[in-house]
Ligand binder design. Structure first.
Ligand SMILES: [Zn+2]
Length: 688
């Protein structure tokens, strides 16, 4: 069931909406005196604003900012009643933050260009320059310099419930004011932020150096399944190898072995000595470990004996360390008192209950068993648990990749050639000639060292950057396909900066929205090359692929979320207790949604994702991203014939960073919904 916020009882939302942070005890009496003085000066009409503003400022005021007398003096001087002075101050702050953010971003971009761009050899100083962040202490400085308190005293700090309940009726100025204050919803001390960074980099390090040498992973009956030298990073490479094995002779035994490896990792029954070590053979079924024969060893010295001791719950110790570091920040964001609240209400701006309802709508959709049947028919066997990663819905390629490579390399020998072609590229994507030239003049193309990416600008006058990797013989098709994706980001970034009415509303509600627009562009890359677009059959297969991928990752996201709730309920848990709880949660979710489809119960592999360790509560962005992309694609595919795609993309993106549901209603007429993704899959199933 879907629970649109608009349909929730108004009383429930109003109750949640009236949360203004309360002043700390030492400032309660001074705050009351402040309000009385402000009402005496500006009249009773300003009472509600004064009460709210003074309480907001007091909630973040620390002894180092001044004593109670200084607080009272500050409020008396800086509080502004509605009118010209308030309007002018709002405009000043908007311009100031555009300058601060825009130039800060530019400095960072300039300092990292030698590390990121293909502009000659990397010098030892380049990574240091790239790591320097001129904006790292801006929020601290804005509090210390009292600019943050001017914002908190005069503009409302809103909760998500309040934005959802009232945001539809707000003026654009009210939306911009909400964003202005929201910037200061947290004042986290440097040492707490440092603790979060430390826990996060320890988790990253653990995750980024967790490899399994597959030549040494044996089948149930002790056979070698994988070639020498294959080293897979958990979980990404393990999962991708399962996907790749669908097309390989004898792939099933290898897929089963990988699934067993995953199970050993999440249950932490994996012998610690087999991680990153090609000198020992391991049978993941029996958990038997022994020295590998010398001629099988990729690197290192053969061993006399091998240690079978299990990994000591390090995976869960890292998660707990992140939890404790994030929890330490709770007291410093009074309106968002948990990491879960900050993730959903501040970053994602979709309430947790709504995200869960969307994910469960996908998990329980009637299209899922139909897709499972189709997969079973294609595989000619019963499904197994790892088939949640089935990757066989790949359309037959209508243009061989070598032919496409030839085409793009000839057309785009350099980054400059791609830049010069931009106006024409944009016209083929559905922009008018004038709009295409206007956009191209605000997008710079750079040759990247690494993979392609898009970099926004944050002030008018600066340009978005499209970074693309070009080989010595020109841009290959893969690079071109990515460049068209990045161009989608750049177009969104340019409209939502230059076209938005308040720069405080620059951007999109969250990253899923800019990704959705990038995918809309990317899906039209053949048209840019002047080739026929993908056939209806190809599109049908892709929608089955999308729904199955969303089904898989939706459950993974629920495990992540369940784990965080459990930690908040058991803040003193040991790593072993967290392990047991996580396995319990993963198996429950599996039994509820996956066992009926895949036939096997009590499977814990949904807990394998590395994000759960190194990027907590991020995973829900993937399934939500699929929903948003399908919804936008459905809308844009159904445009009337006389409406250019470009005009519609412009209309949609200049809305800026309001809440996801409001943005989506403006774009498509409906709040964020799972229906378009399910409809597309249903149509595809009906075709076959
Ligand atoms: Zn992207």
């Amino acid at each position: 069931m879907l629970l649109p916020a608009a349909l929730l009882p108004a009383a429930l939302l109003a109750a949640a909406a009236s949360i203004a942070p309360s002043p700390p005890p030492a400032l309660r009496a001074p705050a009351a005196r402040c309000v009385a003085a402000l009402v005496a000066k500006h009249g009773d009409g300003e009472r509600a604003r004064a009460e709210r503003g003074v309480a907001q400022a007091a909630a973040f005021w620390r002894p180092a900012d001044g004593d109670a007398r200084a607080f009272e003096a500050f409020c008396a001087e800086q509080f502004l009643p509605r009118g010209d002075a308030l309007d002018a101050t709002f405009a000043r702050l908007e311009a100031a933050f555009e300058a601060l953010d825009g130039h800060g971003l530019e400095i960072g971009r300039e300092l990292s260009r030698w590390a990121q761009l293909d502009v000659g050899p990397v010098r030892a100083v380049d990574p240091l320059l790239a790591a320097y962040d001129p904006t790292a202490h801006v929020t601290d400085d804005l509090f210390a310099g009292k600019i943050a308190f001017v914002a908190l005293l005069n503009f409302p700090l809103t909760t998500l419930d309040e934005r959802l309940a009232k945001g539809d009726a707000w003026s654009r100025r009210e939306w911009a004011e909400a964003r202005l204050a929201q910037r200061f919803a947290r004042r986290v001390p440097a040492e707490v932020n440092q603790g979060i960074a430390t826990a996060s980099s320890a988790a990253d390090l653990y995750i980024s150096d967790y490899n399994v040498f597959m030549h040494h992973v044996l089948s149930e009956d002790g056979q070698r399944l994988f070639p020498k030298g294959k080293r897979l990073l958990s979980h990404w490479n393990l999962r991708d190898e399962i996907k790749a094995q669908y097309a390989q002779e004898g792939g099933l035994a290898r897929q089963r072995a990988i699934a067993k490896v995953m199970e050993r990792i999440v249950t932490q029954t994996i012998p610690a000595g087999v991680v990153n070590d090609p000198t020992v053979d391991w049978n993941p079924y029996t958990n038997d470990v022994r020295p590998a024969p010398q001629d099988t060893i990729e690197a290192g010295v053969p061993r006399a004996r091998a240690d079978a001791a299990r990994e000591p719950d390090t995976r869960y110790a890292r998660v707990l360390a992140s939890f404790r570091a994030e929890k330490a920040a709770d007291p410093y964001s009074p309106s968002l008192p948990t990491f879960i609240a900050r993730k959903f209400e501040l970053e994602r701006e979709l309430p947790e209950r709504r995200v869960v309802a969307l994910l469960e709508e996908v998990l329980g959709a009637p299209e899922i068993p139909r897709i499972a049947k189709a997969i079973e028919a294609r595989l000619g066997r019963r499904l197994e648990p790892f088939d949640i990663w089935y990757a066989g819905f790949k359309p037959r390629t209508e243009h061989p990749e070598a032919e496409l490579d030839r085409l793009t390399k000839a057309r785009y020998p350099t980054a400059e050639a791609f830049a010069k072609a931009l106006p024409g590229t944009l016209e083929r994507l559905g922009f008018s000639p004038e709009k295409a030239r206007w956009l191209a003049a605000r997008i710079d193309v750079d040759p990247a060292r690494g993979s392609g990416h898009a970099l926004e600008a944050a002030r008018r006058g600066d340009h978005a950057h499209l970074r693309t990797r070009i080989g010595p013989d020109g841009m290959d098709y893969k690079g071109f396909n990515i460049a068209v994706h990045e161009l989608g980001h750049n177009v969104e970034q340019t409209f939502s900066l230059y076209g938005v009415d308040h720069t405080l509303l620059r951007g999109v509600p969250n990253t899923a929205f800019t990704e959705a627009i990038a995918f809309v562009f990317q899906a039209r890359d053949l048209e840019v090359l002047g080739l026929a677009p993908a056939s209806a059959d190809a599109k049908a297969l892709l929608s089955l692929n999308d729904l199955w991928a969303t089904f898989e990752i939706a459950g993974v996201a629920l495990v992540d979320l369940g784990m965080w709730h459990w930690m908040y309920d058991h803040p003193r848990a040991t790593p072993a207790e967290l392990r047991e709880a996580t396995l319990h949660i993963a198996r429950d979710i599996w039994n509820r949604w996956y066992a009926p489809i895949l036939g096997v119960r009590d499977v814990p592999i949904l807990a394998i994702y590395s994000h759960m360790v190194s990027n907590p509560l991020y995973l829900a962005d993937y399934p939500i991203g699929h929903l948003i992309a399908a919804q936008l694609e459905e809308h844009l595919a159904a445009l009337p014939r006389d409406r250019r795609l470009g005009e519609e993309v412009e209309r949609i993106t200049i809305e800026g960073a309001v809440t996801p549901d409001l943005w989506m209603r403006n774009a498509t007429g409906e709040p964020v919904s799972a229906k378009p993704l399910l409809r597309a899959a249903s149509r595809a199933l009906d075709r076959s």
